[in-house]
Design a binder for this molecule. Structure first.
Ligand SMILES: [Zn+2]
Length: 411
């Protein structure tokens, strides 16, 4: 089918309406959750794939559930990829991920004649809810999935390798894009923070993505009777964990823009009249500066060890995931900044504290990221919202960016 011939404002309105429709595609009733290779993800791919076809794109879904819509350029043409993810967190908003994919499709519809190949991608696993991993979709797309990732198992005991093998047996092609002639990757994403709203601006350009390390840590002491064990004889795991939480907070306060969060903690045996014998908790540390992040982690690991020694506890520290900071491509970001500057007086540079598929794509070619203002900076929440006007501003900038690459390709 031909591109519908809508103008930018109409296309952006269509994106807003499609985001509402896509948000109804959920694995659970009453809220939005769409995880890697789930039934809802298959339905979302069918819906979005239809919109890709409407925009004149050739649709492919691979064994990892990545959905691509491609408009092939002339033989030997270079390739521009516009993408984001279609999976969500639990009780998600409607915009985190899908907004970027649908704006990419709208940009493809708005630019029907390009001298290069345009590929719009909906990656299948950015949030990592099902396998506690991230970027499975984009890592498969760039051909970097490791044996460790294939061995990951979900709550039901099914591995990534088993799932994707079954999909190949069912006829889905193997993931892996042709990136030999990649000119660049653009990701459009809601900001997920309050900077643009504070500045009163619709758009910002992302100079890089903060590095992040996720730790699973814990103290093991001795559970005991809360009424009969004198304080000096206790081996209280929670008291040590509480000190570690506050130390993480003070490290972050001392070294901005470092961020440190303990978001989950399990206390065992978990009774009001029992001394906590074991505590397991997560620690999430992020910074655009790799040295600062590593220094904070080293400090906190030693702090925990010292606390454990003083309280006669065992100290556990396991790095579950570590991704270095990733700079976006300066030249491609400059082209994007020019495109944004045509529509607003200043273009803020905002480092992304959240991970994005752009971090993976930056490993194989030039990557740039556009942030769109979201209400109250709210994300990973059902009230997440970006206005149709801001979606239109984003689409206008992206179309300008794409046309500038058509006029003079990025090297
Ligand atoms: Zn996202």
């Amino acid at each position: 089918m031909k591109a519908p011939g809508l103008n930018i404002k109409e296309l952006a309105q269509q994106v807003a309406e499609r985001l509402e429709e896509l948000a109804l595609v959920s694995d659970e009733p009453g809220w939005l959750v769409r995880t890697f290779l789930s039934p809802a993800s298959a339905r979302a791919n069918a819906l979005v794939g239809g919109w890709m076809r409407e925009a004149g794109l050739t649709v492919r879904e691979d064994d990892f559930g990545n959905l691509t819509g491609t408009r092939q350029g002339p033989p030997g043409a270079r390739k521009l990829v516009i993408g984001s993810h279609l999976d969500t967190v639990v009780d998600a908003g409607k915009f985190d991920g899908p907004a970027g994919v649908l704006l990419g499709i709208a940009a493809a519809a708005a630019c029907p004649d390009l001298p290069f190949t345009l590929e719009v991608v909906g990656f299948s696993d950015e949030e990592g809810v099902r396998f506690q991993s991230t970027y499975l979709g984009s890592r498969a797309y760039v051909g970097k999935i490791s044996p460790e990732e294939l061995a990951l198992r979900d709550a039901a005991g099914i591995s990534v390798g088993e799932l994707t093998a079954a999909r190949r047996a069912a006829g889905f092609p193997e993931a892996g894009a042709d990136l030999e002639n990649l000119m660049g990757y653009l990701e459009i994403h809601i900001e997920q923070g309050p900077v643009l709203e504070e500045a009163g601006l619709a758009l910002g350009v992302v100079p890089g993505i903060a590095g992040q390390t996720r730790i699973l840590a814990g103290f093991t002491g001795q559970a005991g009777h809360a009424g009969t064990t004198p304080m000096p004889l206790r081996r209280d795991a929670l008291a040590a964990a509480a000190r570690l939480v506050l130390e993480a907070e003070s490290q972050a306060q001392l070294h901005p823009p470092l961020l440190a969060t303990v978001g989950k903690m399990e206390v065992l045996p978990g009774a009001g009249n029992v001394i906590p014998g074991q505590v397991v908790f997560t620690l999430d540390v992020r910074s655009p500066d790799n040295t600062a992040r590593e220094a904070a982690l080293e400090h906190l690991e030693q702090f925990g060890a010292a606390e454990a020694a003083a309280r006669r506890l065992a100290w556990h520290w396991q790095v579950k995931q570590s991704n270095p900071a990733v700079p976006c491509d300066a030249g491609l970001s400059a082209r994007l900044t020019e495109a944004v500057a045509a529509g607003q007086p200043v273009v803020p540079r905002i480092f992304s504290g959240a991970g994005h598929d752009a971090a993976v794509l930056a490993g194989v070619g030039p990557a740039a990221m556009l942030f769109v203002r979201c209400r109250a900076g709210l994300s990973h929440h059902p009230d997440e919202y970006a206005s149709p006007e801001d979606l239109a501003a984003a689409l206008e900038a992206v179309v300008r960016f794409v046309l500038s690459l058509a006029a003079s390709p990025y090297v």
